[in-house]
Design a protein around this ligand. Sequence first.
Ligand SMILES: Nc1nc2c(c(=O)[nH]1)N[C@H]1C(S)=C(S)[C@@H](COP(=O)(O)OP(=O)(O)OC[C@H]3O[C@@H](n4cnc5c(N)ncnc54)[C@H](O)[C@@H]3O)O[C@H]1N2
Ligand code: MOO
Length: 410
Amino acid sequence: MTEGPLSVDTLVERIVSSLAPLRDFPMPLTEVLGMPVAEDVVAEVSLPPFDNSAMDGYAVRAADVASASPEAPVHLPVVGEISAGRAAHLALSPGTAVKIMTGAPVPAGADAVVPYEWTDRGVARVRIERAADLGANIRRAGEAVRSGDLVVEHGTVLGPRHLGLLASVGRATVRSRPRPRVVVISTGSELRDPGTPLGHDSIYDGNSYLLAAAARQAGATVYRVGIVPDDVRSFTEALSDQLVRADLVITSGGVSEGDYDVVKEALRGLGTVWFGQVAMQPGKPQGFGVVGEDEVPIFCLPGNPVSAYVSFETFVLPALRTLMGRTPASRPPRRARLTDPITSTVGRRQMVRARYGTDRGGAFVTPVGGHGSHMIGDLASANALVVVDEESSGVSAGDMVQVLCLDEDF
Ligand SMILES: Nc1nc2c(c(=O)[nH]1)N[C@H]1C(S)=C(S)[C@@H](COP(=O)(O)OP(=O)(O)OC[C@H]3O[C@@H](n4cnc5c(N)ncnc54)[C@H](O)[C@@H]3O)O[C@H]1N2
Ligand code: MOO
């Protein structure tokens, strides 16, 4: 007896609720771009840590240069020099100036910096032609960040600016999660590696590249195993070899009704992987479960390239995001005006390749290519998927539809 097709939402819910985020650790800053931080980060230093100069020039007392003008310049003896990172503990006596470079600590007693451009750049004595306000060109300690400030909130997805800030407050590591390690295996005796000759009955393995890149884009560390022939022993061996380094496994091919559907044949006996149909087009045959002692989640995606990709987007992406501790798990749909009609089969959610854009009328989306799940050429020109509900038999041009924008982070 075969069970009826599962709804997309039921399978997504099953997947997401069976997974938990990987354990968090103190991770080097260089490893955590795009990962959520698993702690509230509080600054332990102030920025700037000390009052420092915003300009190359002379540290002075504002009162000493208050009368300076081009017609009546003020002359001050230059009693020392302070550059960034090479600062003696100087104090400024009234009626003197100290040469100072941008970023260098302002000496005690100075309350303004006169930039070089207002002076003759004198070495022993400087001629100052403009008055400086009290505090001019001095960056105060703690002006940018105060010690004790919350600088990055728990759950923030770390981008370049967060990482710059974390390093600036002296953090070498931050609690986050390792990237999920994903193993990608293509099955099919007809498959050949790109760059090798094709036989009369072979095709190139596009899927392992497609799926590996999609997983990497989602934030995973990916091991692309490549091609395994339609042979249960070869597949079982390849899988058990790879399990030690996997937090998640993706296979493509061998899950439908064929006589050589190797993935299904190899895994069904374990009783830990569900195989069945999902009410989705493309991407009807699916397998999902766990394998090995560590119960590594495995996604057995259909071999047709578009089906494999749509299945990744629908089922694997939410799983990877759950392992990374990112929310929401699934891509939130946008709404857009459909420019051309779409027909759909009632009872299956149709995922239609499309191009999303905006014009004067707002967001629009145009289907590209047909429904064929082998039409990889159309897949490459799409940047979106239109989601047509299970109950719908089609959508008319001009209707508002739900769209997944594939290249957007969320
Ligand atoms: N009798 C039935 N046949 C099929 C059904 C069905 O319900 N009953 N479902 C069809 C649907 S829908 C899909 S999707 C496919 C899924 O098939 P498999 O997952 O078993 O995949 P394969 O048979 O191995 O391959 C399908 C197709 O994709 C090509 N392929 C496979 N791997 C790659 C790769 N790495 N790179 C590029 N192309 C690949 C393969 O050559 C086949 O053309 O089953 C239908 N059949
Ligand atoms: O589901 Mo298949 O993925 O319809 O071509």
